[in-house]
Design a protein around this ligand. Structure first.
Ligand code: ATP
Ligand code: MG
Length: 466
C-alpha cells in the first residue's frame, strides 16, 4: 500500500474540491480499496471524471472510483506499488474449482480481496473480451480454455479456436478436444461458423424429436452431446476481412445458448464498427482489460473505468445482471499450458478431428431413426388391418387351415346347392344354412380328431416312459 493513504488521499481530493471522510481501507493483491464518504451535494460523476488527475497527484498509474451499491460511501481503488501475479495452476487445482458443479466452469481470476472467482460460461451465455494490445486478453483466453479442459472430458467438450494472428492457439492443434484444427486462415473462419450454425439447427431438431428444450435436459435423458465452445482471438481482424461472419456470430449469439454452443470473442479494437449495437445486445457478459480511452470503456462496459486499469490481466467483468466486478486474471505460461495439455494430446497423427462428434452424431441419428420406426409401428398397431393380421399370425397354422377349410366348405356347398338338378333345388337360405352346417361339422370333426390324437400321444408317451 502506498504510504499514509488515509491522510494523502483526502488531501489530494481536497485539491480538486472533493471533500468528505475516509471509511474502511482494504488491502488486496492488486489495489487498496479506500472507502470515502463524499460531502453532501458532491456529484459522483464529477469525482469519476477527475480520477486521472488524482492518480497523477498520488504518483500512481491509475485510480478508479466506483459507487458501492446501497451505501453512502464510494470507493477509490488505488494500485499497490508492486504488481502482483496470480499463477493459474493453483487456482485451477484449488478445492473450490475442483468442487464447482457448473456446466462450463471458468476460472476468471481473483477479486480484489484475492478470492478466486469462478463463473459458468453456459449461464453467461457468451463472453465478449476487449483490451488494448498487451493487456492480457490472450493469456485470459488460455486460462478460460484450460479451466474448461480441466473440468470436462473430450466427450463433453469440443473446442473451435479461431486465431487470425496464427500464434496464440497453435499448441491446441493436436488435442482430443478440437472440433477441427485451429483456424488461422480467415477464409475458413466463415465456413466453420456456418458449420456451427448448422450444428445448432441440427441439435434443435434432435431436441424436438426427444421433446426436450435444451442440452441439459437432453443429457439428463442419457444421450451424449458435447458442449462446443468457440473462441475467436481478434474479432476485429475477422470482421474487417469478411463481413458475413457478423451475421453468423449473431445467429449463434441469439440462438445457440440452449444448444450448448457458446462463444468467447476477443477484440483489441472495441470500436462501434466492430462491437455493433446488435452484437452488444446479444453478448451481455463482457470482460474488459485495460483499454486506451474512456470512449472504449463506454463502448464495452457502458461505463468509465476500464481506461484506468493497470494492464497485466487487470480487468472489469460486466455480468448479465449489470454488476461490475474488478478481477485480476491469472497468469499461465506457455510451458504450463503444454503441461496441462499433455494428457490429451493425440499421439496417433492419423486420427481425425471431431471423431467424437461424428460418433455421437451417428448414435443420435440411429436413435432418432429407431424412435421414428417405433412411432410408425405404434401408429400401425392402431389400424384394423394390423389387428386382423396380428390375430391371424397368433392363432397358428392348424387353426388357419381350419378357417380356410371352413370357408371353402361353405363356398363349395353353396356352389353345388345352387347348380344342382332342379328337382333337388332348395331356397338360397337353405343352401347357405346346410353349407354352413357341413362346414361347422367338418371343423368339429377336425377338432375332435386333434384332441383324440393329443390324448393318444400323451398315453403312448407315458407308457413309453414306464
Ligand atoms: N494475468 C496476468 N498476470 C501477469 N502478467 C500478465 C497477465 N496477463 C498478461 N500478462 C503479461 O502481459 C503480456 C501480454 O499479454 P497478452 O499476450 O495476453 O496480451 P494481449 O491482450 O493478447 O495482446 P495482443 O492484443 O497484442 O495480442 C504477457 O506476455 C504477460 O507478460
Ligand atoms: Mg493476444
Amino acid at each position: 500500500m502506498i504510504e499514509n493513504l488515509e491522510t494523502n488521499l483526502p488531501r489530494t481530493l481536497a485539491h480538486f474540491g472533493i471533500f468528505g471522510s475516509i471509511g474502511k481501507i482494504i488491502e488486496g493483491p492488486l489495489i487498496t480499496e479506500v472507502e470515502f464518504k463524499l460531502a453532501e451535494g458532491t456529484k459522483f460523476a464529477n469525482v469519476e471524471k477527475m480520477t486521472r488527475d488524482i492518480a497523477r497527484e498520488l504518483g500512481v498509474s491509475g485510480v478508479r472510483a466506483k459507487e458501492i451499491p446501497n451505501s453512502t460511501y464510494i470507493c477509490f481503488e488505488v494500485p499497490q506499488p508492486q504488481a502482483t501475479t496470480i499463477p493459474f495452476p493453483p487456482l485451477v487445482y484449488s478445492a473450490e474449482f475442483v468442487r464447482a458443479t457448473y456446466a462450463l466452469p471458468i476460472c476468471v481470476g481473483v477479486n480484489m480481496r484475492g478470492e478466486p472467482l469462478m463463473k459458468d460460461l453456459s449461464k453467461m451465455p457468451h463472453l465478449l473480451v476487449a483490451g488494448t494490445t498487451g493487456s492480457g486478453k490472450s493469456v485470459g483466453l488460455n486460462t478460460f480454455i484450460l479451466s474448461l479442459i480441466n473440468k470436462k472430458t473430450p466427450e463433453e467438450l469440443q473446442l473451435v479456436l479461431i486465431d487470425p494472428k496464427r500464434i496464440e492457439f497453435s499448441m491446441y492443434n493436436n488435442q482430443k478436444y478440437m472440433y477441427r484444427p485451429v483456424i488461422t486462415d480467415m477464409n475458413e473462419a466463415s465456413t466453420c461458423l456456418e458449420q456451427l450454425v448448422n450444428e445448432m439447427n441440427y441439435r434443435y431438431t434432435l431436441f424436438e424429436q426427444q421433446m426436450v428444450r435444451n442440452i441439459g435436459e437432453y443429457l439428463e435423458k442419457g444421450f451424449k452431446m458435447p458442449y462446443i465452445v468457440c473462441v475467436i482471438d481478434e474479432f476485429a481482424d475477422l470482421i474487417m476481412f469478411d463481413k458475413t461472419v457478423e451475421k453468423q456470430v449473431l445467429q449463434l449469439a441469439q440462438k445457440a445458448r440452449a444448444s450448448g454452443i457458446h462463444l468467447i470473442i476477443a477484440t483489441q479494437r472495441p470500436s462501434v464498427d466492430v462491437i455493433t449495437g446488435t452484437i452488444k445486445a446479444n453478448l451481455p457478459t463482457r470482460l474488459s482489460y485495460k483499454v486506451s480511452s474512456p470512449t472504449d470503456s463506454m463502448i464495452i462496459l457502458n461505463s468509465l473505468g476500464a481506461e484506468m486499469l493497470l494492464g497485466r490481466g487487470d480487468s472489469l467483468l460486466l455480468e448479465e445482471n449489470g454488476t461490475l466486478t474488478r478481477v485480476l486474471g491469472a497468469y499461465v505460461s506457455n510451458q504450463e499450458i503444454l503441461n496441462m495439455l499433455e494428457p490429451y494430446r493425440i499421439k496417433d497423427t492419423q486420427q481425425k478431428f471431431s471423431n467424437i462428434l461424428a460418433e455421437q452424431r451417428q448414435q443420435a441419428q440411429e436413435q432418432a431413426n429407431q424412435n421414428y420406426r417405433d412411432h410408425l409401428e405404434a401408429e400401425q398397431q392402431k389400424t384394423i388391418s394390423w389387428k386382423i393380421r396380428n390375430w391371424w399370425e397368433k392363432i397358428g397354422k392348424v387353426n388357419q387351415r381350419r378357417i380356410i377349410n371352413f370357408f371353402i366348405t361353405i363356398a363349395m356347398g353353396i356352389i353345388s346347392g345352387m347348380t344342382g338338378s332342379s328337382a333337388k333345388k332348395k331356397s338360397t337360405s337353405d343352401v347357405i344354412s346346410s353349407a354352413t352346417n357341413r362346414a361347422v361339422g367338418s371343423v368339429k370333426r377336425s377338432i375332435k380328431a386333434q384332441a383324440k390324437k393329443a390324448v393318444t400321444d400323451a398315453v403312448l408317451n407315458s407308457l413309453k416312459k414306464k
